[in-house]
Design a protein around this ligand. Structure first.
Ligand code: ZN
Length: 321
């Protein structure tokens, strides 16, 4: 039998990443198309279907080679029906994405949220190393999470499982979060949160390297914070410790409940590598039960932006086999 191909699609607010991926999880071809959010995003599924046809023609791949489309989308989704309740960035509201894209592409479509497909990608081909029990935390402009337990991604009663970014880290007087609450982990451990904390304290540390960096660039990035910390700048070290304390505590609490073998840290902030992992591991060791700690390996994600398309392709593979 001819090798089938999987199609992975990862929808973001400005671009849609797409790929043809083989059954072993190797990317054969990948490309981007712009996300057309005009008219409540009604062109998006058309654009995806057309782009798949164009690329299959260009690459001379017969259309019946494709086993289906796996897709990660932001927002609140019913994973079984592929119905989007709300995806603010894309303009979708009460939109039957799965049905619509199946109609336009003629292929079966499987959908999950973007954080969950990133976790599945890392589990299948990345640092997760096929672990059946895995927690994935993505530290970007927000904090995303995906939990795999017994080999299954957790969805919970109405699709909200894995919202690690909105676990409360500061019960009183925390910073406001995009979700409407205050003191969420996202307000501390996202790139945005790290920059906010670092910037707020600058006036107290006028001599700090971080303040000098701010004076030159008139802004800070989370990368600046980790770089200054590695040069032993006290304020930067304090910020990294504060972030590690709250994120490490959250992860340890989760691990005590879920007993994972891998905890994968991804997203832009994770590019700090050991500078983040080392203080995080220290806090984790303090709050995780010894047997939980001994089994759980804390690692940096390895697939970068490819995690989403690979995890999306895995959705198809799981559903057809
Ligand atoms: Zn929140």
């Amino acid at each position: 039998m001819k090798q089938k191909l999987l199609i992975g699609v990862d929808i973001g607010g400005t671009t849609i990443k797409m790929a043809f991926i083989n059954m072993n999880g190797q990317i054969r071809e990948q490309w981007y198309i712009p996300t057309d959010t005009s008219e409540k995003g009604k062109q998006i599924s058309n654009d995806i279907a057309n782009s798949i046809r164009d690329h299959s023609l260009q690459l001379n791949i017969p259309y019946d080679t494709f086993a289906g489309i796996g897709m990660g989308a932001p927002g609140f989704i019913n994973m079984k029906t592929g119905f989007i309740y709300n995806a603010v960035n894309l303009g979708w509201e009460n939109y039957p994405l799965k049905d619509d894209l199946e109609l336009k592409s003629g292929l079966p479509v499987y959908i999950d949220n973007d954080a969950n497909i990133a976790a599945l990608g890392e589990m299948w081909k990345g640092s997760g190393n096929r672990s059946d029990d895995l927690i994935c935390v993505t530290l970007g402009t927000g904090v995303g999470g995906g939990i795999i337990s017994n080999g299954m991604i957790l969805h919970g009663a109405n699709g909200m499982a894995g919202e690690i970014g909105h676990m409360t880290a500061v019960p009183q007087g925390g910073a406001p979060c995009n979700c409407g609450k205050t003191g969420c982990v996202e307000t501390i451990a996202s790139a945005t949160g790290i920059v906010r904390i670092a910037t707020e304290g600058l006036s107290k540390y006028p001599e700090s390297l971080l303040n000098q960096t701010y004076d030159i660039n008139r802004s800070l990035t989370s990368k600046d914070v980790f770089e200054c910390a590695s040069k032993e700048d006290q304020w930067a070290v304090d910020v990294v410790q504060f972030v590690s304390l709250h994120l490490g505590l959250t992860i340890a609490n989760l691990a005590n409940a879920l007993n994972p073998s891998k905890i994968v840290i991804g997203g832009g902030v994770s590019k700090a590598g050991e500078r983040l992992l080392e203080p995080l591991q220290e806090v984790f060791n303090q709050f995780a039960l010894p047997r939980v700690r001994d089994k759980a390996e804390l690692v940096i994600a390895s697939l970068g932006n490819d995690a989403g398309i690979i995890g999306a392709a895995w959705l198809v593979k799981e559903n057809i086999s």
